[in-house]
Design a protein around this ligand. Structure first.
Ligand code: NDP
Length: 453
C-alpha cells in the first residue's frame, strides 16, 4: 500500500493535464486523479483554438460566396445568423467536454470538479473541503488573459468572453497585435462586423518574419480591417451610442464591443505555490527544469503555466515527456526547437524556424522568396497575394526558416516543418518535384536568392 492516496494528482483539465493523466493511468497503471474547476478541455477546447477555428470557418463563407459568383455560380452569402452558429458551436463544445471526461474515466482517472490548491509537496486541498495526497503533483493550470489598467477597462471583453456574445457587434475595437488580436480582427471582419484594431507597435505580429507579417497586415487592411499602428487606448466610457474610446492618436469613436487581446499570463496566483516553495519567475510563470520539474522535486508543471512555448501541442508533448520521465523511468526532455505554428488570420501565416531578421543575426544567409497572386483568388479578381519564403544558411545550406502567407498556410507548414526539422537543405527542397498547380510548389522552384545577408 502506498503512503499516498494517488501516484499522481493533476491540477487542470486542459490539453496537457488530461493527456498526462490519461497516459500515466492507462500506460503505466498509476493511480491518478485530476481536478478541474471549470470545463474539461481547458483553454484550447473551450476558450481558444477549437471555437476560434470554427469561427474562422464561419467567417470565410461570404468570400467563398463572392468568389463563387466569379466562377459562374449564382450565389450570395445572405445574412449571418449568429444565434444559429453560436448554438451549434456550444453544442459542439459540450460534446467535446464529454469526450474529455470519457477519456479520463475510460483510463481510470478519478476526477474532481473542484478548484485545487497545493498545500504541501504531496498534498492538494480541494474546494470541496477534501484533502488528497499524491506522490507527484502535476500543475497544468494554464494561463488567462491580461488586460491593461486603463479607465473603463471593465467595459471590454477578452477572448474568454468572445465566444459567448449574445449578438454579433456592429462595430468592434480589438486592442493588441498578437495572435489573438489579429485572428479575431479577421474573424469578426469576415462575419460582417466593422472592425477597428489598435496596435501600439510599428507592425503587428511582433517576432514573426518581417516580410510575412507585413503581408498579413496588408491583406487584413485590404479585406476591411481598419488597423491603426502606433496606437493604443487611453480610456473608455459607456455612452448611449456604445462604448466611447479615446485613443493615443487623438481618435475618439464609439463601438458596440471592445476586446483586449493584450497577452496572457500564467495562472499561478492563489494556488499555494510560493508557500510550498515552488519558484515563480518574473512573468508569473512556474520555473521548471528540462524535465518540467519545479523547485519542489515532487511537483511538476507543464503547458502555459510554465510560459515556455504557449501552444496546445507543446503542452501535450510536455505532458507525455513528464509521464516518460516520472512513470516510465525514461528521462525525456522536451524538444522546443523548430516548432511549426500557424496564425489563423486571413490569409494564414505558417512559420517554422528563424525569421530572416533572427537568422541574419546568427550567420550569413540567403533569402529565397516569392510573392504572387494565387490562381484561385486571382481568377475571382481578388488582389490578394501569397508569400513563400525560405531562409537558408550560406555555410550549411540548411533551411533555417520557412514562412508562408496563404490560405491554408497552417496545413502547408505542418509538412514543410518535417523537412526543416529533419535539417533539409535548400538543395533537398530543390530535388523535390513540384506538385502542380499548387501555391506551395513555389517552395521547391525558387532558383536564385532575392537577397543575401
Ligand atoms: P501575444 O503575446 O501574442 O500578443 C499580445 C499583444 O498585446 C501584443 O501585440 C502586445 O504588444 C500587446 N500588448 C500587451 N500589453 C499591452 C498593453 N498594455 N496595451 C496595448 N497592447 C498591449 O498574446 P495573445 O493574447 O495574442 O496570445 C497569447 C498566446 O496564446 C500567444 O502568444 C500564443 O502562444 C497563444 N496563441 C496561439 C495561437 C495559434 O497558435 N494560432 C492562437 C492564439 C493564441 P507588443 O507586441 O508591443 O508587446
Amino acid at each position: 500500500m502506498s503512503e499516498f492516496d494517488y501516484d499522481l494528482f493533476v491540477i487542470g483539465g486542459g490539453s496537457g493535464g488530461v493527456r498526462a493523466a490519461r497516459v500515466a493511468a492507462s500506460e503505466t497503471g498509476a493511480k491518478v486523479a485530476l481536478a478541474e474547476e471549470d470545463r474539461y478541455g481547458g483553454t484550447c477546447v473551450q476558450r481558444g483554438c477549437v471555437p476560434k477555428k470554427f469561427m474562422v470557418f464561419a467567417s470565410q463563407y461570404p468570400s467563398f460566396a463572392e468568389d463563387g459568383a466569379k466562377y459562374g455560380w449564382e450565389m450570395t452569402s445572405g445574412a449571418f445568423n449568429w444565434p444559429v452558429f453560436s448554438d451549434k458551436l456550444h453544442a459542439e463544445l459540450d460534446r467535446l467536454e464529454g469526450v474529455y471526461r470519457k477519456l479520463l474515466s475510460g483510463a481510470g482517472v478519478e476526477t474532481f470538479d473542484a478548484r485545487a490548491m497545493v498545500k504541501d509537496a504531496h498534498t492538494v486541498q480541494l474546494s470541496t473541503g477534501e484533502t488528497k495526497t499524491a506522490k507527484h503533483i502535476l500543475l497544468a493550470v494554464g494561463g488567462a488573459p491580461v488586460t491593461p489598467d486603463v479607465p473603463g477597462a471593465e467595459l471590454a471583453i477578452t477572448s474568454n468572453e468572445v465566444f459567448h456574445l449574445e449578438r454579433l457587434p456592429k462595430r468592434m475595437l480589438i486592442i493588441g497585435g498578437g495572435y489573438i488580436a489579429c485572428e479575431f480582427a479577421c474573424i469578426m471582419n469576415g462575419l460582417g462586423t466593422e472592425v477597428t484594431q489598435f496596435y501600439r507597435g510599428a507592425q503587428v505580429l511582433r517576432g514573426f518574419d518581417d516580410e510575412a507579417r507585413g503581408l498579413v497586415a496588408e491583406e487584413m487592411q485590404q479585406n476591411g480591417v481598419d488597423l491603426h499602428l502606433g496606437t493604443n487606448i487611453l480610456e473608455m466610457r459607456k455612452e448611449a451610442d456604445g462604448i466611447c474610446v479615446k485613443a493615443t492618436n487623438g481618435m475618439e469613436d464609439h463601438y458596440d464591443q471592445v476586446m483586449f487581446a493584450t497577452g496572457r499570463s500564467p495562472n499561478t496566483k492563489n494556488i499555494g505555490l510560493e508557500e510550498v516553495g515552488v519558484e515563480i519567475g518574473r512573468q508569473g510563470e512556474v520555473v521548471v527544469n528540462e524535465y518540467s520539474q519545479t523547485t519542489v522535486p515532487s511537483i511538476f508543471a507543464i503547458g502555459d503555466v510554465t510560459d515556455r512555448v504557449n501552444l496546445t501541442p507543446v503542452a501535450i508533448r510536455e505532458g507525455m515527456a513528464f509521464v516518460e520521465t516520472v512513470f516510465k523511468a525514461n528521462p525525456t526532455p522536451v524538444d522546443h526547437e523548430l516548432i511549426p505554428s500557424a496564425v489563423f488570420t486571413q490569409p494564414e501565416l505558417g512559420t517554422v524556424g528563424l525569421s530572416e531578421e533572427e537568422a541574419c543575426e546568427q550567420e550569413e544567409i540567403e533569402v529565397y522568396c516569392t510573392s504572387f497572386r494565387a490562381m484561385q483568388t486571382s481568377f475571382a479578381d481578388r488582389p490578394d497575394r501569397v508569400l513563400m519564403k525560405l531562409v537558408v544558411s550560406k555555410a550549411t545550406r540548411k533551411v533555417l526558416g520557412c514562412h508562408i502567407v496563404a490560405p491554408q498556410a497552417g496545413e502547408m507548414i505542418q509538412l514543410a516543418g518535417i523537412a526543416v526539422k529533419m535539417g533539409a537543405t535548400k538543395e533537398d527542397f530543390d530535388r523535390t518535384v513540384a506538385v502542380h498547380p499548387t501555391m506551395s510548389e513555389e517552395l521547391v522552384t525558387m532558383r536564385a536568392p532575392v537577397r543575401t545577408g
